[in-house]
Design a protein around this ligand. Structure first.
Ligand code: KIV
Length: 261
């Protein structure tokens, strides 16, 4: 039994050569399912914009949305380290703005925050405030409009820039960093260069751990992604269950005596 994971214990896993398992969660049910399975880190990702709220990007997600879902998922998580995403517009302006936003998520129940991009002063300020910070480089979905779509990053000379950003984020005090949608070779190089663990999504097998969106690996999403895999067929099972429920209500099979008082 690994017990309660903390930012220092996740950091220590790299030195011990233990691969880190992470997944997103957005409410008490997904949080409890992920926590009970023994994952090391649960992220209330702003991907909730895509998979829970039905937006086409994470840009529309607000602090109020994040606080709402952090409170909801918190109730299901005991042992995993519980991290929350700082949403678009909540940290880019200045380090004080970033600290204020991070404090709000911590008050809602988070045990650390994640922010996208090379905002090293913000990472340093939040860390100084006693809040563990996860970095995030490569494809940073809040900048989807600048990238011109959800495209693999770091295939050319920008690979060196991404590596430099990761090093600067580590030096600013981050305890771990997400590497998203980049060639496996680049992710491997960054992983070898850093002392903090790299957590990959679409970044190949050489990272110190992996993170995935809950809906994308449980077969809940309508779309499929090359970087993900269905480890369950939840959408299919639920659709079949709903059809069966409708049929039994319409034919008078449910509720039976057994379901009655
Ligand atoms: O919002 C999110 O889900 C993320 C990931 C790293 C999966 O940032």
């Amino acid at each position: 039994m690994a017990g309660k994971r903390t930012a220092p214990s996740i950091l220590a896993m790299k030195a011990k050569g233990e691969l880190i398992v992470s997944v997103t969660a957005y409410d008490v049910t997904s949080g409890a399912i992920a926590d009970a399975s023994g994952v090391d880190l649960i992220l209330v990702g702003d991907s909730l914009g895509n998979v829970v709220l039905g937006y086409d990007s994470t840009v529309g997600v607000t602090m109020a949305d994040m606080v709402h879902h952090v409170r909801a998922a918190r109730a299901g998580v005991k042992d995993a380290l519980f991290i929350a995403d700082l949403p678009f517009g909540s940290y880019q302006e200045s380090p004080p703005q970033a600290v204020r936003s991070a404090v709000e998520l911590m008050r809602a129940g988070a045990e650390g925050v994640k922010l996208e991009g090379a905002y090293v002063e913000q990472v340093a300020a939040i860390t100084k405030a006693g809040i563990p910070v996860m970095g995030h480089v490569g494809l940073t979905p809040q900048s989807v409009h600048a990238f011109g779509g959800h495209k693999v990053q770091g295939k050319g000379e920008d690979g060196e820039r991404i590596r430099g950003e990761a090093c600067a984020i580590q030096d600013a005090g981050a305890f771990s960093i997400v590497l998203e949608l980049m060639p496996a070779k680049l992710a491997g190089r960054i992983t070898a260069d850093l002392d903090i663990p790299t957590i990959g999504i679409g970044a190949g097998p050489h990272c110190d751990g992996q993170i995935q969106v809950f809906h994308d690996i449980m077969g809940l999403s309508e779309r499929t992604f090359k970087h993900a895999k269905d480890f369950a067929q939840a959408r299919k099972a639920m659709a079949e269950g709903m059809t069966q429920y409708s049929e039994e209500v319409r034919t008078g099979v449910f509720p039976s005596q057994e379901n009655s008082f």
